[in-house]
Design a protein around this ligand. Structure first.
Ligand code: ADP
Ligand code: ADP
Length: 226
């Protein structure tokens, strides 16, 4: 089964920037996949389209078999997105933030509370559940975004530059957590401009540059070439 099946994907932003110039990409279910590339290459645009936040100009995208053009709600339910920038209400508590997200996806309250406890504990945030988001450190906010993205138990977790600006200790613990949930069966796709991060975590990799995929291979064979 394919977690992502992208073909001929183009994106031209208003104003004329052609961010994606015809991308073909497949990510299999269960994979730990990195989309690597320099700033401005088109990584955020690609995952924005896959997460239904950005409209494509041309091409086809399927998420877990659901066509974004005709089965958008089903496709959205398969994706958990951890965006690059903090985008939660800074005055809400940690627990409110994850419960609200579950509510948004229609998860029943009792189940949402169980999941909140599970994911906040796994991400070392349970003790902080009554804290307001603005009181958290940067690393805690990142982990909160991951917990929030897992509340509807998506099949695919997408992380946009997950450890940008995070110190090494927190980064390592995030990596360990991501490996664990991947072993439990969640497909993970991350963007990074940091080869070491992809090397630590990922089995397969695509390199994107100026809106085109310039390499799509296993991490092993990429490393053998360098
Ligand atoms: P990244 O490091 O992932 O490229 P950026 O800092 O370039 O992110 O962009 C941050 C946000 O600003 C994103 O939501 C992106 O869509 C938006 N953005 C980036 N470039 C432009 C642009 N030229 N015009 C308008 N919005 C942009
Ligand atoms: P990356 O995530 O790899 O840094 P992006 O997908 O953010 O790359 O950006 C790809 C290109 O599209 C860049 O030239 C960027 O400036 C442009 N871009 C991104 N978002 C927008 C936007 N909202 N409006 C206009 N141009 C954008």
């Amino acid at each position: 089964m394919k977690a992502l099946d992208i073909s001929g994907l183009r994106k031209v932003y208003k104003g004329g920037v052609e961010a994606l110039k015809g991308i073909d990409l497949v990510v299999n279910e269960g994979d730990f996949f990195a989309l690597l590339g320099p700033n401005g290459a088109g990584k955020s645009t690609t995952i924005g389209i896959v997460s239904s936040l950005v409209n494509q100009t041309e091409g086809h995208v399927k998420v877990c078999g659901f066509d974004l053009a005709t089965q958008k709600e089903a496709a959205k339910a398969c994706i958990g997105l951890v965006p690059q920038e903090f985008n939660f209400n800074q005055f809400e508590t940690v627990e409110q933030i994850v419960l609200n997200q579950a509510g948004y996806y229609g998860v029943p309250r009792g189940l949402a509370k169980e999941r909140a406890k599970k994911y906040l504990a796994q991400l070392d945030l349970w003790e902080k559940r009554q804290a307001r988001a603005r009181e958290l450190s940067g690393g805690m906010k990142r982990r909160l975004m991951i917990a929030r993205a897992l509340m509807h138990e998506p099949k695919v977790l997408i992380l946009d530059e997950p450890t940008a600006g995070v110190d090494i200790e927190i980064r390592r613990s995030m990596w360990t957590f991501l490996k664990e949930i991947n072993e439990q069966g969640i497909t993970i796709i991350l963007t990074t401009h940091y080869l070491e991060e992809a090397e630590m975590l990922c089995r397969n990799i695509a390199i994107i540059d100026k809106g085109r995929i310039v390499e799509n291979t296993t991490m092993k064979s990429l490393l053998a070439k360098l």
